[in-house]
Design a protein around this ligand. Structure first.
Ligand SMILES: Cc1cc2nc3c(=O)[nH]c(=O)nc-3n(C[C@H](O)[C@H](O)[C@H](O)COP(=O)(O)OP(=O)(O)OC[C@H]3O[C@@H](n4cnc5c(N)ncnc54)[C@H](O)[C@@H]3O)c2cc1C
Length: 379
């Protein structure tokens, strides 16, 4: 189905970003998978090309492109090539906005230029070993000591956990109020800030996902973002954009999985005919085609609403729920239609299947999305 959301400038941006991926990402995917992380170099190159935080103000080195379609395009192109390790959207559309939105002038001037250049890689650390969906249940604390806070606790499953130079860490600031938490900018090299090993995962093999430990880390007050008790609300505010970003990538990933499956079923023969001629194959593919088209229209509309600051957390949750469940279904059917070859890593559908599984879990599970949506229904 023809999409109507993009203008010429977006198409040019897509071409440029896609060319960047072909040159700087595709040739390295196997090496990054083996290493368990991407290179620092790719971040710097993305920065040089203006692909990190294109929305940021020019005074910090951004391009002031305050239009979420640019982030949408990058999430889509990365999903198309199934690159799950180079988490540019996490850096550009998820983490940096906390600093732009809640940071003061000094913090923005100090951090944004390096973040835009790809010299300062970002991560956000909310999840803990015993608290993921229930963020208010986190145990990491930050105690006010006058001119600094002392941070104690640990985080788990943190994307960019090893490469990150600056981590936005959520920590409780008032034992009497479980929702009182602050967001602290913890820097590489701060005493007492340690990282665990690269966690071994089902998919996303080129992504460094790690545990982080904070043992009496002295964080200067200048590294606190906004109000020390409002971090929970900051997280809730920003999660809508995070979920929309996931949705953009999920539809593009589903489209890519459909395309590789179509290519395969046209070639593969069984019982003297291409398997694309079996009614079951055609019906499965027709269902996927329909659902992806419907999902794309919905997501594009969400992006338009988001640009107009009209996207509610409930609708962002609907977008994430529907598209990530759809992605899960498409990659699963895709593997099925590939038969045994679909289970082999050398076939793209295999990696797509492995990479897709997390989409229904991180940035809020499908069950949590349903909670959010149903809360908005006054049931
Ligand atoms: C590869 C990877 C990357 C990640 N990256 C990051 C990151 O960069 N930063 C970060 O902070 N976190 C990150 N996460 C953490 C991720 O967001 C959490 O894993 C996720 O939110 C779920 O939390 P949990 O794992 O504690 O599961 P739990 O909260 O323990 O959930 C277990 C099950 O219980 C269900 N459940 C929980 N509460 C309810 C409820 N109220 N109603 C119904 N069902 C419920 C869940 O839906 C799920 O099915 C990442 C995780 C992974 C695996």
């Amino acid at each position: 189905m023809q999409r109507t959301i993009f203008e010429i400038e977006h198409n040019l941006f897509r071409d440029a970003f896609s060319a960047f991926l072909k040159k700087e990402v595709l040739p390295h995917q196997d090496d990054w998978e083996a290493a368990g992380m991407v290179s620092r170099e790719v971040w710097r190159k993305a920065g040089e090309m203006g692909f990190l935080l294109p929305w940021a103000d020019e005074q910090y080195g951004g391009s002031a492109l305050k239009d979420f379609r640019y982030e949408q395009i990058m999430a889509e192109e990365l999903a198309k090539i199934n690159e799950a390790g180079f988490m540019l959207p996490l850096h550009s559309a998820l983490c940096a906005p906390y600093i732009a939105e809640y940071g003061n002038a000094e913090q923005k001037a100090r951090w944004l230029p390096g973040i835009i250049k790809g010299e300062t890689i970002l991560a956000v650390a909310m999840t803990e070993p015993s608290a993921g969906s229930d963020l208010a249940g986190m145990r990491t604390t930050a105690v006010d000591k006058g001119d600094h806070y002392v941070l104690n606790g640990s985080k788990v499953f943190i994307s960019n956990g090893l490469l990150a130079d600056l981590v936005i860490v959520a920590a409780k600031t008032d034992p009497a109020n479980k929702h009182a938490m602050g967001l602290f900018l913890v820097e590489r090299g701060m005493e007492g800030f340690e990282r665990g090993k690269n966690l071994e995962k089902l998919g996303m093999k080129s992504q460094d996902t790690a545990e982080l430990f904070f043992n009496e880390v002295k964080v200067p007050k200048e590294n606190l973002l906004g109000d020390a008790t409002a971090g929970f609300y900051y997280l809730m505010n920003m999660l809508a954009q995070e979920r929309l970003t996931n949705a953009c990538g999920a539809v593009a990933g589903a489209e890519a999985a459909l395309q590789v499956t179509i290519d395969y079923v046209r070639e593969r023969k069984a019982f003297d005919r291409p398997i694309s001629h079996f009614q079951n194959t055609r019906f499965k593919l027709a269902e996927m085609r329909t659902q992806i088209d419907v999902a794309q229209v919905f997501v594009d509309r969400c992006v338009t609403d988001h640009n107009e600051k009209k996207l509610s957390p409930e609708v962002a949750a609907e977008a994430k729920l529907f598209t990530t469940e759809l992605l899960g279904k498409v990659v699963d059917e895709g593997v099925q239609l590939h038969g045994g070859w679909g289970y082999m890593w050398e076939y793209p559908i295999c990696k797509m299947y492995a990479n897709a599984r997390i989409q229904r879990i991180f940035a809020g599970t499908s069950e949590i999305m349903k909670e959010i949506i149903s809360r908005g229904m006054q049931l």
